[in-house]
Write a protein that binds this ligand. Structure first.
Ligand code: ADP
Length: 483
């Protein structure tokens, strides 16, 4: 099979910039594809936080046609590296647009000029191709910030050499659609025809995600169940009719970084452990109980939760069920930050209850120690496009208790590699925790067999790489009129 030329156009990419799962995907999937022999490159903005990484400036300015005329920037080249594969990352420099704290916004909310910022990235992606003399077979765009790329390919670029380039859109979270005022349309420099039909216009405003869904050669999302859910009125956020009309939305599960999340090599842990020897996990539990000031009790079940404390994650349901769960004799630790009411409630209980601790804020090391030291992990999400923490938990033999939605439904086998509830209620969460605790307390051999089954799962990026490769080949054939 001939190698593909693939360009990732992304608003974030770990380690250069990350706010969530999209950053992780953009930092890992290109490497998995490069390992499969493809010519893969990444383009993203050069944010203030990106400047500290090694990079070299390429010669010449990058002119990007915008609605108000030419906007000039520069290109810096950095590298995404892993043993056996390196991927060039082109950082589009425009300090006026990107040299500020925050990716999409700051404490004051979203930046008011986001349409201009991501128009520069999207149109700049195509100008970068000319700048480099690189004609990709496929441009892979992610979420609303790069949704204008497929629109440009189908309009202003349709007669250029890039007119043959296929586009693949991956939806990481349908709730973020890139709404902007219709009066800003001129900024995009697109012909007015791009506004109507299934274009940018929706309910009198601009909706970038809609335009990407309508124009991309292929559309994917990050789990098969989420792919089905977003095509229903209940979970389609208003875009389900156009997703259904396409009839080709594919769900590809994210992988996890199995170097960073490896209990045998994790430097954050008190002791390493593996599927064959779980003794180190007991040492991690004891160390975690000590670190958190909880009673050091090897037999007491310890339940962890690491999350943005927002409604998407079912945090309100956790808050409602928490006292009941503690009354079952479990210890509970929550690591996260988010909505004020949740931080206040968990913070207060942390001071008054001897078996509960809340650590409010981001703490990478503690996240690893919770994954390793806990016996069970809570993730009763309202919706979950893919989810990572349930997979980290499985890798660390910490059985996840999840709601069977989206990627959680696809990655947790009920009673085998974790426990599932379906009702989004405190009663359902409480009952499922009670079931898990009864196996933990009364059927040790089964609990350990479940831990081993979870740890044995293959969650590598290579699997996702293979599936994306198939999507790219289909999109390329479709674009070139062979399908
Ligand atoms: P989402 O992208 O919706 O926030 P995911 O489960 O897909 O949820 O990924 C969340 C990522 O952020 C995981 O790597 C998780 O460990 C990490 N994370 C979330 N909150 C914290 C925190 N307070 N401290 C450290 N890591 C966190």
């Amino acid at each position: 099979m001939p190698r593909l030329r693939i360009l990732f156009s992304v608003p974030e990419c770990f380690p250069f910039a990350k706010t969530g799962g999209l950053g992780d995907v953009a930092g890992a999937l290109p490497i998995a594809l490069a390992r499969r022999g493809h010519d893969v490159r990444v383009v993203m903005p050069r944010y203030a936080s990106t400047k500290r990484f090694p990079q070299e400036r390429l010669r010449g300015p990058l002119g990007v046609p915008m609605g108000h005329g030419m906007s000039y920037g520069a290109v810096q080249r950095a590298e995404l590296g892993a043993p056996g594969a390196t991927v060039p990352v082109y950082l589009l420099e425009n300090d006026h647009l990107f040299d500020r704290k925050g990716v999409y916004g700051d404490d004051g909310g979203s930046f008011g000029d986001n349409l201009e910022r991501y128009t520069f990235l999207s149109r700049g992606t195509l100008e970068l191709c000319r700048f480099l003399g690189f004609v990709p077979d496929v441009i892979h765009v992610h979420d609303w910030p790069t949704c204008l790329v497929p629109v440009y390919l189908n309009t202003v670029e349709s007669e250029s050499p890039l007119g043959n380039t296929a586009s693949v859109l991956t939806i990481h979270n349908l709730a973020y659609q890139g709404w902007h005022g219709a009066s800003e349309f001129w900024m995009t420099g697109l012909p007015r025809s791009a506004l109507h039909g299934l274009g940018l216009e929706r309910s009198g405003s601009l909706n970038l995600l809609q335009s990407g869904i309508a124009h991309a050669t292929a559309v994917t999302t990050v789990s098969p169940t989420y792919a089905r859910e977003i095509q229903t009125p209940a979970s389609g956020e208003g875009l389900d009719p156009i997703l259904r009309a396409r009839g080709d939305v594919v769900g590809v599960l994210n992988g996890i970084d199995d170097v960073v999340w490896d209990p045998e090599r994790d430097t954050h842990l008190a002791a390493p452990f593996s599927r064959d020897d779980l003794s180190g996990k007991a040492a991690c539990k004891e160390a975690l109980q000590r670190e958190l000031g909880l009673e050091v009790a090897p037999q007491r079940p310890l339940i962890g939760l690491i999350s943005r404390l927002v409604s998407q994650k079912g945090i309100d349901v956790v808050a409602e069920a928490l006292r009941g769960i503690l009354d079952l004799g479990a210890q509970v630790v929550i690591l996260g930050s988010g909505e004020k009411w949740a931080e206040d409630a968990f913070g207060a209980l942390s001071h008054s209850h001897p078996s509960f601790r809340a650590w409010l804020g981001m703490n990478e090391g503690l996240a690893h120690r919770i994954e390793a030291g806990a016996d069970l992990f809570l993730m009763p999400s309202r919706y979950e496009p893919c989810g990572l923490n349930q997979m980290y938990s499985q890798r660390y033999g910490t059985l996840p208790i999840v709601r069977g939605v989206g990627g959680l439904e696809d990655t947790v086998e009920n009673g085998v590699t974790g426990f599932k509830l379906y009702d989004l209620s405190a009663a359902a969460l409480y009952e499922t925790v009670r079931w898990a605790l009864s196996i933990y307390r009364d059927d040790g051999p089964r609990f350990r067999a479940m831990q081993r089954a979870a740890m044995a799962k293959n969650m590598s990026w290579d699997q996702a790489g293979k599936q994306y490769e198939a999507v790219y080949r289909l999109a390329v054939a479709r674009r070139r009129g062979r399908l």
